[in-house]
Design a protein around this ligand. Structure first.
Ligand SMILES: C[S@@+](CC[C@H](N)C(=O)[O-])C[C@H]1O[C@@H](n2cnc3c(N)ncnc32)[C@H](O)[C@@H]1O
Ligand code: SF4
Length: 510
């Protein structure tokens, strides 16, 4: 990229952990912070190695000792970078007035992406860290839907014109907790208030245990053409340990239901690092997944944060795999899926070779990876996060708070972040690294004239300081090596100005 200037010895921003790297020894305690999850929550993940089972136990895939050391040294507080700045840096000074102004300034030709959040499930899975509530009564769900429809109308009325909607995503929680007539009603409200493209990408997150043929009919009727099914793990012992009973046949029936209705795109959510999961059990789960041939697979690392998600206290921490076993699990799944013609996409995601995610340029948003290029994301519902060219905004998280704000003023924005030029530059670089494991120096210079030089100097310094062989300068820019790819979040963190500030404060307090 440019001349590499040697500076200080390797400095690992998050490497302030003094860990014995002898596998199976007493590793002490490590806290991992994950600021945004698949379900757009802020997760904290703690590992107490003393309480974890022996990392090498039941291993199918021995790990080299130096690699184990690398894992132990680099496992540290890291965002997942579904946004930059990450949601924990949103501030309460961004409110409804900003949102109104930002919506009103949207350019005429801006395309919209809609995210609609349904924060209800029948029961809470023990591992779950999503923004959701358990309910066996339909009344709170019906009431929430009324509020949501008011918000949809308020937001649409603030737009300068009926912008084209190219992407819609219903997430949760479990959007399929809605009754068939309410699914139709919500679909109709969105279509009346926004101008849908001819064939928008319309996705929904589904708990297969809630699905019926009638709901599938209505979903397809309102234009849903992509489904994302929560699977997690097929192993019965794991399902007992995570409080989620879901037989293979239930998942298969949902896949069949949608394929019979010509919904071609099916995603599975799986999780590694769950209690009672072993290399063998996970391998068997992947075999069963492959029998159902999903187009896309999200394989999330389990984020354990019982102090944030009290339902996780039901999980026996002694049965959780430790970081080295987790690393081996992730690697084993990658090998298994690549052997079955899936392509790995950035962090945690896989797609069949012919899927659009594998063939088109990738982008990152709160749902993970997408081909969606719109820079106007409208978040609707409790806790929903949106993004407009000026910045991010998030709605009140608690359903009651959300409802009272919508009742009073039509909007429920409680925090957000107005983007600075530096935020945009770093967001660009971090998104490219999370998607492509590299960025082009020419693209940085083209898009960010003034500030690009300082950023490229930072990249040079990161290469110079890299003692692990994770990154390299190329003739066109900066990239992660194959060894560095599993540690992509560590490298992104080096470009994260907010973490640098936080790290500095932390050091001072000691
Ligand atoms: C909204 S749910 C998916 C739809 C539906 N509620 C279900 O579970 O079937 C989103 C996904 O987030 C993932 N998830 C939830 N809690 C997690 C955690 N603590 N760590 C990692 N992934 C988690 C699960 O894979 C889950 O399927
Ligand atoms: S069904 Fe999905 S959103 Fe609901 S508790 Fe389980 S994982 Fe979380």
């Amino acid at each position: 990229m440019r001349s590499v200037r040697l500076r200080e010895p390797p400095c690992h921003l998050f490497g302030a952990l003094s860990l014995n790297t002898d596998v199976g020894a007493n590793f002490g305690a490590l806290i991992q912070i994950i600021f945004a999850t698949p379900c757009a929550l802020y997760l904290l993940q703690a590992f107490d190695f003393k309480s974890r089972r022996e990392p090498q136990s039941r291993s199918m895939n021995p790990i080299k000792i130096d690699e184990a050391a690398l894992v132990m040294r680099r496992a540290a507080p890291l965002p997942r970078y579904t946004s930059y700045p990450t949601a924990n840096h949103f501030v309460p000074t961004v409110g409804p007035a900003d949102y109104r102004k930002w919506l009103g300034a949207l350019e005429d030709d801006a395309a919209l992406s809609l995210y609609v959040h349904i924060p209800y499930c029948n029961d809470l899975c023990w591992y779950c860290a999503c923004s959701t509530k358990a309910t066996h009564r339909y009344e709170p769900v019906a009431r929430y839907l009324e509020t949501l429809q008011c918000e949809i109308a308020s937001v649409a009325a603030l737009l300068p014109r009926r912008h084209h909607v190219t992407h819609i995503h219903w997430g949760g929680g479990s959007p399929d907790i809605l009754s068939a007539p309410d699914i139709a009603r919500l679909g109709d409200t969105l279509r009346r208030n926004f101008q849908f493209d001819d064939a928008p990408e319309f996705a929904i997150e589904i708990d297969p245990r809630l699905m019926t043929e009638a709901k599938a009919d209505v979903m397809v009727g309102i234009g849903i053409n992509r489904i994302s099914i929560g699977v997690q793990d097929f192993d019965p012992a794991v399902q007992v340990a995570i409080g989620r009973s879901q037989g293979y046949e239930v998942t298969k029936a949902t896949v069949d239901m949608f394929r019979a209705r010509d919904v071609a795109s099916v995603n599975f959510d799986l999780v590694y690092g769950l209690p009672q999961q072993t290399m063998q059990s996970l391998s068997r789960t992947i075999e069963q997944v492959l029998e159902l041939s999903p187009d896309r697979i999200a394989m999330f690392g389990y984020a354990h944060l019982p102090w944030k998600a009290p339902n996780q206290k039901l999980i026996d921490e002694k049965t959780l795999p430790g970081p080295i076993e987790r690393f081996k699990m992730a690697r084993q799944v990658t090998t298994q899926l690549e052997d079955a013609d899936y392509r790995q996409l950035g962090l945690d995601h896989f797609a069949r070779y012919d899927d659009s995610l594998a063939t088109k340029p990738l982008h990152r948003n709160f749902q993970g990876y997408t081909t969606d290029r719109t820079n106007a994301l409208i978040g609707l519902g409790a806790s929903a996060i949106g993004k407009l060219p000026q910045g991010y905004m998030q709605n009140a998280v608690a359903a009651a708070d959300y409802a009272s704000r919508i009742d009073q003023g039509g909007l429920a924005t409680v925090r957000g972040r107005a983007l600075t030029p530096d935020d945009r530059l770093r967001a660009f670089v971090i998104e490219r690294l999370m998607c492509d494991f590299e960025f082009s120096a020419a693209a940085v210079m083209r898009n960010f004239d003034d500030a690009s030089s300082a950023l490229l100097d930072e990249a040079d310094a990161i290469v110079a300081e890299d003692g692990d062989g994770f990154v390299e300068s190329t003739t066109t820019g900066f990239r992660l090596t194959s060894l560095g790819r599993p540690f992509v979040r560590n490298i992104c963190a080096r470009f994260d100005a907010y973490l640098k500030v936080a790290a500095g404060q932390h050091s001072l307090s000691v």
